[in-house]
Each structure stands twice: as structure tokens, then as C-alpha cells.
Design a protein around this ligand. Structure first.
Ligand code: GP9
Ligand code: MN
Length: 428
């Protein structure tokens, strides 16, 4: 009911972090590109196979002087995988405990998503993806989120050899996306979702240009090859942006959606990381994914704050100079100097700079088990983090399953009208 959202709003208000004024509004009026790196984990950054960098282009972008790169940024997805990542990034709400929020609620629920907010401020908004539009119910959900355009597989020229796995190969997808991107009235907000670096990491011979790893685990060893291909596609895309002049007028946000190598492959993971074995703590750290923000003139560097996908929307809104002091968001601005750094996973576990809880075990930041070694005070603070994790997840579930946003919107936000949007090719 509307009472429930009032309570949630009060909680959010109390815990909201204050924007960092040295970044606030720095990207005002700039184009925004969200570049989704499929199944891309942080460990790939600067990773080498036989002395060769797996992702040289992304590495260069990572350490560019105008890129803010986060090295303690975690994926927080559940069963909804990519769709959970999208839900968090553009709504600052979690996916569901099981299933996918986009599939179950994307068509019917009220949302106050980032594309809608920007569309109402004069941005054109578009999503690009080389799979069928109905996957994860994107073709309906994106309307609820305020996407004017959704360029899915139908918009692309497809012929034999163009696709692998779920859809178009990244290089072909990105090359063909440019012509649509260039037609978008500026400023635009565009999201490009790549695909080739997806389990089972298949790739045609011609594009296998780096050696596989040699863990002996056949589901793992192809991962660096498709990651390398994705990196080349990323490099090509950055060149298109430079050539078109868009590069200097755009805030480019790059992120990995979730793990590529699941926890079922402990032995292979240990080998990839050069360890004898991996603990539950190591596996939690293995959930790090890249998050980078690049813009001409931006003071870049490696930022060590602990955060995750839930924090992206508030971060971007502050950079874009959009008031978000009265929005329903469960994350907080990663650039804020005073922020809670408890990163909540969908199963209620959490990691943070001092202590992490995985299952019923507490670890310190060296990965040592300290469950029974905490002082009273330390124990109390861990309990507080635990309560915060549970509260955040239950509020998110309440909002989504109760469709609570229909009872509340900031005064400056106009309710989205889904029938404003159509994604049929014939309407293009
Ligand atoms: C499908 C793609 C993959 O279109 O986004 O989704 P995932 O399996 O990673 O959730
Ligand atoms: Mn995915």
C-alpha cells in the first residue's frame, strides 16, 4: 500500500549519502553510453595468457587518465543474471530472490528508471542488443523504463557466420549499431549489450586470436578467448566513437554484468588465480566486475570504494547533476566521500572493507575466518551490517512485488506511458 512506500522512503532518506560536490553535475548535458561487457569479471583486467594481455583495449581504458575505475565493485545478480544487472543499474532496485524481475514485473509495474528520467530532460534514449527483443522480456520492460528505441536483432543484418550462441557476434553488432547511434538526437542515453562472451564461450576459428587457458576444465578454458574477442570489439567501438566525434561529447560507462566462471569450477578458478585452492571468501572476491566511468576532462584514477551494481544509478545521476534526494533508490553514489560500503549479495551475504559475511562465517579483509574472534563492539557492527543487508533486500522485494512505485513519484517525474513507445522495425 502507499503506507509501505512511505516507510521505505523514510528509511532511504535516513541512509542516503550526500553527493560529492567535486563530481556533482560534471557530466551535465553530456551523451551517456552504457557499455555492457557480458560475463566479464574484474580478474580479466591486466590478466595475461602466455605473456599476452587478454583485454588490452579495456586495460588501456581502465588506466586512462580520464577514467574513474573501481577495483572493489561487485556484481549483485541472482537468478535473473543479465536482467538483474540491468534492473539494478537503471533502477537501483535488486532483482528478485528467484526468477527475473524484468520477466515477471517488467510489463506491468510502474518504474522510475534512468532512461525515463533522462528522456524527460530532453535526452533521446535507446538500447541495443543482438539477440531477439523478447529475451528477458526486454521488449516490454524497456518501455516501462522509458526507452524510446530498442534496436534488437530485427534491426540488424544477419547472415550465415554473423551469429554465435545467443545472437550477433559483438564486432558485427557494434559495427552495425554505429549507424543507429549516430542518428540519435543529442544528448542521448544509449545502452549497448554485448553477447559473445557468454557461456559456453564458443567462437569461430578465425576469431580465436589468443590461446585458451590450460586448466583442463573445458567449460572454463575458452573464457579468455571470447573475452579477448569482446575486447577487440570494444577497441573497434572506441575507434568509431573517436572517428565520429562522439568520444569527446560522451560519458562512457563500462561494466561487467556478472561472473563468467561459476563457483562450480573451484579447481579451475584456483589455477587461474595462481592459488592452491580457493575459499568461500576468495569466491566472493571473484564476484568483482569492472565498473568504469570515462569522460573528457574527468579526473580519473583507481577508486577503492566497495560498491556494486545497485550503486550505479545514484552515481550517474549525481554526475549528470540530476536531483536524486527524493527518489526510491537502494544504492548510494560511489563517488560520495561518506557512504556505507556494505555490498549486499542477493542471498543476503555481504562484503565490506573490514568484514564480510558469507553463509554464517565472518571473514576479515585478509580472508581469515574471524567468526568467533570478534570483540563485542565488532560483533555489534557486523550485526548492524547484516540487518542492513536483510532490510535492503526485503525493501527491494516489497517495492517490486507490491508494485509500490505506483504510489509514489518525485514531484519532478512524469509517470511513464508505455504506449508512447513502439519498437517495431516498420516504425523506425
Ligand atoms: C541474452 C543475454 C544473456 O539476450 O543478455 O543473458 P544472461 O544469460 O547472461 O542472463
Ligand atoms: Mn549476462
Amino acid at each position: 500500500s502507499s503506507k509501505d512506500i512511505t516507510k521505505i522512503l523514510a528509511y532511504i532518506k535516513k541512509h542516503r549519502s550526500v553527493a560529492n560536490m567535486s563530481y556533482y553535475g560534471k557530466a551535465k548535458g553530456k551523451n551517456v553510453i552504457i557499455f555492457h561487457l557480458e560475463s566479464f569479471q574484474q580478474f580479466l583486467i591486466n590478466y595475461k595468457v602466455n605473456g599476452k594481455e587478454v583485454t588490452p583495449n579495456i586495460n588501456k581504458f581502465y588506466s586512462n587518465k580520464n577514467t574513474i575505475s573501481f577495483d572493489n565493485f561487485f556484481n549483485q545478480v541472482g537468478q535473473g543474471k543479465t536482467s538483474d544487472a540491468e534492473t539494478m543499474l537503471e533502477n537501483s532496485l535488486f532483482g528478485l530472490p528467484s526468477g527475473s524481475a524484468m520477466t515477471t514485473y517488467g510489463t506491468t509495474n510502474t518504474f522510475e528508471a534512468l532512461p525515463a528520467i533522462l528522456n524527460q530532460r530532453g535526452y533521446s534514449t535507446a538500447a541495443f542488443h543482438g539477440d531477439v527483443g523478447s529475451f528477458w522480456n526486454r521488449d516490454n520492460t524497456y518501455k516501462s523504463w522509458g526507452y524510446q528505441y530498442f534496436f534488437s536483432e530485427n534491426y540488424y543484418k544477419v547472415k550465415s557466420g554473423y551469429s554465435v550462441g545467443y545472437g550477433l557476434k559483438d564486432k558485427i553488432f557494434l559495427k552495425q549499431s554505429v549507424k543507429y547511434l549516430q542518428q540519435l538526437p543529442q544528448p542521448f542515453y544509449a545502452k549497448l549489450i554485448t553477447l559473445t562472451n557468454h557461456y559456453p564461450y564458443e567462437l569461430d576459428k578465425k576469431n580465436q586470436t589468443i590461446a585458451k587457458t590450460k586448466t583442463g576444465d573445458s567449460t572454463v578454458d575458452g573464457y579468455v578467448q571470447t573475452a579477448h574477442y569482446l575486447d577487440q570489439a570494444f577497441g573497434e567501438f572506441i575507434s568509431y566513437l573517436k572517428k565520429s566525434g562522439l568520444y569527446n561529447k560522451t560519458m562512457i560507462v563500462v561494466y561487467g554484468d556478472h561472473y563468467g566462471i561459476s563457483n562450480n569450477h573451484k579447481k579451475a578458478i584456483a589455477q587461474l588465480l595462481g592459488k592452491k585452492s580457493v575459499s568461500s571468501y576468495d569466491l566472493a572476491m571473484f564476484q568483482k566486475v569492472p565498473f568504469m566511468i570515462h569522460m573528457k576532462g574527468l579526473q580519473g584514477g583507481i577508486n577503492h570504494t566497495y560498491g556494486g551494481e545497485i550503486d550505479v544509478m545514484p552515481t550517474l545521476m549525481d554526475l549528470l547533476g540530476i536531483k536524486n534526494t527524493d527518489t526510491v533508490q537502494l544504492g548510494n553514489d560511489l563517488l560520495s566521500t561518506k557512504r556505507n560500503q556494505t555490498v549486499v549479495f542477493r542471498d543476503g551475504d555481504f562484503v565490506s572493507p573490514k568484514y564480510s559475511k558469507i553463509g554464517s562465517t565472518i571473514y576479515d579483509n585478509n580472508g581469515k575466518v574471524v567468526t568467533n574472534k570478534l570483540t563485542k563492539k565488532q560483533k555489534a557492527s557486523v550485526n548492524k551490517q547484516e540487518a542492513r543487508a536483510d532490510k535492503t533486500l526485503s525493501m527491494s522485494d516489497e517495492i517490486i512485488t507490491g508494485d509500490l512505485l505506483r504510489f509514489y513519484k518525485p514531484s519532478w517525474f512524469k509517470k511513464v506511458n508505455k504506449s508512447d513507445y513502439s519498437y517495431k522495425v516498420s516504425d523506425a
